[in-house]
Design a protein around this ligand. Structure first.
Ligand SMILES: *Cc1c(COP(=O)(O)O)cnc(C)c1O
Length: 342
């Protein structure tokens, strides 16, 4: 049975062409700075993001942590949205390993943080308080693209208050493709940006952190400390290069598939899907939470996998979900609800 995995865009498997690129990758010892494929990948992304330098990391979690450890010292704090990955899904790494305190804040529905509320959260220079150093934003957030004028305002805000701005751009290429803008139009507003290759871009492993040369030199030191010095990592970087060359523009297909999925599911009232809310590769549904385990079990029997961890149901399309798969998935959802009515 063909499996249609809508749990996340992390589940993509390398294509035959990507595997071929990995097999023939030129490699060297990257900890010595001698892996030509890693160096090429880092240069490519730095160029795309319009930053001076970049460093290849094992995961988005590691890359975000390298950024936090580089921007902040022990006793510093960063501001981030309550539901952001860096605050909620990374094991509190910055606090655990860096003595860096998070200041989580309520978010707007579009993934932005209200700047007035941010201003109130910045601590005065006083021995009672942590030193507020950094603002972390996430783009895309829940499939939503942060508007460029918001990023511009947030950037100005951080300049006025002496903060750095880190962008968790795990899916920032989805944002760029959606906006039809060069990546640099988004990343110019951030001092550092973390970009995942292992989400919609379809690489098996890897994230790249970008910033100034001085910042990346320090982040590279932290990567080694965190156990992320990966020797002949060019095997992995080759997958990333292949993804950048072949899998960026096609994200538009994922966005169209997500829209189709949402339109098909919107006809099932009980799912509470709003197709107009779909911006990139994610569809948010709100089935009755009590039904979710039964729904997931039924769908799995039809080859459709969904995630039941969250209060809302997030369906993600990606490289391994075709236009036809979307129709199959819609059919399976409809059948489940049709049976409940009869
Ligand atoms: C996936 C993801 C990360 C990093 O996840 P890893 O699994 O560690 O690669 C970071 N931020 C966001 C928004 C993500 O979606």
């Amino acid at each position: 049975m063909r499996i249609i995995d809508l749990r996340s865009d992390t589940v993509t498997r390398p294509t035959a062409a990507m595997r071929a690129a990995m097999v023939s990758a030129e490699v060297g010892d990257d900890v010595y700075g001698e892996d030509p494929s890693v160096k090429r990948l880092e240069a490519m992304i730095a160029d795309l993001a319009d930053k001076e330098a970049a460093v290849f990391a094992a995961s988005g979690t590691q890359s975000n942590l390298m950024a936090l450890l580089t921007h902040c010292q022990r006793g510093d704090e960063y501001l981030a949205g309550q539901q952001t990955h860096v605050y909620q899904y990374e094991g509190g790494g910055a606090a655990v390993l860096g003595g860096i305190q998070p200041q989580p804040l309520d978010m707007e529905a579009d993934g932005s943080l209200n700047l007035e509320r941010l201003a109130q959260a910045i601590k005065p220079d006083d021995i009672h308080f942590t030193r507020t150093r950094l603002l972390c934003l996430e783009n895309t957030f829940g499939g939503n693209v942060l508007p460029l004028n918001y990023l511009a305002k947030a950037h100005r805000f951080t300049r006025e208050r002496g903060l750095a701005l880190h962008l968790d751009g795990a899916r920032v290429f989805n944002a760029a493709v959606k906006l039809g803008a060069p990546l640099g139009d988004i990343t110019r507003y951030a001092d550092s940006v973390s970009i995942c290759l292992s989400k919609g871009l379809g690489a098996p492993v890897g994230t790249v952190l970008c910033g100034t040369s001085a910042f990346i030199t320090q982040a590279r030191r932290w990567r080694k400390v965190l156990g992320g010095g990966m020797r002949q990592a060019g095997i992995l970087a080759a997958a990333g290069i292949h993804a950048l060359e072949n899998h960026v523009a096609r994200l538009a297909e994922d966005h169209a598939n997500a829209r189709n999925l949402a339109e098909g599911l919107a006809r099932v009232r009980a799912l509470g899907v709003n197709p107009d809310a779909v911006q990139t590769n994610m569809v948010i549904a709100r089935p009755d939470p009590k039904l979710l385990p039964t729904l997931a079990e039924f769908l799995a029997r039809h080859g459709v996998l969904i995630r039941t961890r969250d209060p809302v149901l997030r369906l993600v399309v990606h490289l391994d979900v075709s236009e036809h798969d979307v129709l199959t998935a819609i059919q399976a959802f409809r059948e489940f609800y049709a049976r409940r009515r009869s």
